[in-house]
Design a protein around this ligand. Structure first.
Ligand SMILES: Nc1ncnc2c1ncn2[C@@H]1O[C@H](COP(=O)(O)OP(=O)(O)O)[C@@H](O)[C@H]1O
Ligand SMILES: [Mg+2]
Length: 301
């Protein structure tokens, strides 16, 4: 079906569902966006999601990409802290109508933009319809400004985590070689896959001793998903265990900025290159639309 026909169909459905035209205009506009929305997630906490998000963002920025990091971990030590930034406002202020997204974004190393975590909101899924609309309209204004949106989620399978993973088309599951991390990664993938099969799920092995160990972790998770779910997950790459990660955190700097020659930095730069080399495929066209639709619900589909 061509795009115009799809839009017409969407409009009719929306009218039948009682959605007003300004809401649907927001969706129409988003059809042409080409921002890539990647959720960085994990089953178990402490496996390195925030470091991966910050350093992938920085590395992509160094490759000339315009990157926004959406800090979606409402509870814990966050990206602004590891990067030594002190945000004054966050998403909460946007949802209250006190600030625009533009006012709230802060600039980090390499000119990456960061949307600080919304402290004060327990579950994004609990937002009122008006708040969801505010969020969509604000996100809509970002579409031309960024090439990538990286969502740093909390760990586990709580409402918010699933909410953000539902919103992104590409999901990077971070796993460490620890057995509990592997079983939790599998449990998360199972839930993600069962509820939303149209996803690209990639495995990123962090804190591996070497390539062999990382491949073994991938083999274990991958064979379980193939055997039990009939799902092939992609291997995105690995990041070696490196003391420099902690050193950079102490300096409150991105690892790749503070220690570009460190082994873990080289891994991260390689992964950023791999992602950026990919042509815009079926997963990464118009992802903001999917992001917004997932937030507001299914009224316009
Ligand atoms: N590749 C690595 N090598 C060594 N330490 C790491 C590595 N990745 C992360 N860490 C450390 O692991 C801890 C958890 O990382 P963090 O990014 O906060 O995890 P998460 O966001 O998944 O909870 C931090 O102390 C961090 O310094
Ligand atoms: Mg984190």
């Amino acid at each position: 079906m061509d795009q115009a026909a799809q839009l017409r169909k969407m409009k009719v459905k929306a009218e039948m569902a009682g959605v007003n035209s300004s809401e649907c205009k927001a969706f129409e506009k988003q059809r042409n966006n080409s921002i890539r929305v990647l959720a960085v997630t994990s089953g178990k906490g402490g496996v390195g999601k925030t470091h991966v998000s910050a350093n992938l963002a920085y590395s992509l920025a160094k490759l000339g990409k315009r990157v926004l990091v959406f800090d979606a971990d409402m509870g814990l030590a966050n990206i602004d802290i590891i990067l030594g930034l002190t945000p004054r406002y966050n998403l909460h202020h946007v949802l209250q109508g006190k600030k625009t997204l533009q006012d709230v974004l802060i600039t980090g190393p390499g000119d990456i933009s960061i949307l600080p975590a919304a402290s004060g909101i327990k579950e994004l899924a609990d937002l009122t319809r008006g708040q969801k609309m505010t969020l969509i309209e604000e996100l809509d204004n970002l579409d031309e400004r960024f090439d990538y949106m990286i969502i740093d989620t909390a760990a586990g399978i709580t409402g918010n985590v699933l909410y953000f993973n539902m919103a992104a088309k590409e999901i990077v599951v971070v796993v460490s070689p620890e057995p509990t991390s592997i079983t939790d990664a599998y449990a998360l993938i199972k839930i993600l896959y069962r509820s939303h099969s149209e996803k690209r799920i990639m495995l990123l092995v962090n804190m591996a001793r070497n390539y062999q160990e990382a491949r073994e972790v991938y083999r274990r998770v991958g064979s379980a998903t193939e055997h039990f779910l009939d799902l092939t997950i992609e291997y995105l790459g690995y990041i070696v265990y490196d003391e420099r990660v902690a050193d950079a955190a102490r300096l409150q700097k991105a690892l790749v900025e503070a220690y570009p020659g460190a082994k873990a930095s080289q891994c991260l730069i390689g992964i950023a290159r791999k992602l950026s080399r990919e042509p815009a495929g079926r997963y990464n066209i118009g992802s903001v639309k999917f992001f917004s639709n997932a937030i507001i619900g299914r009224d316009c589909e």
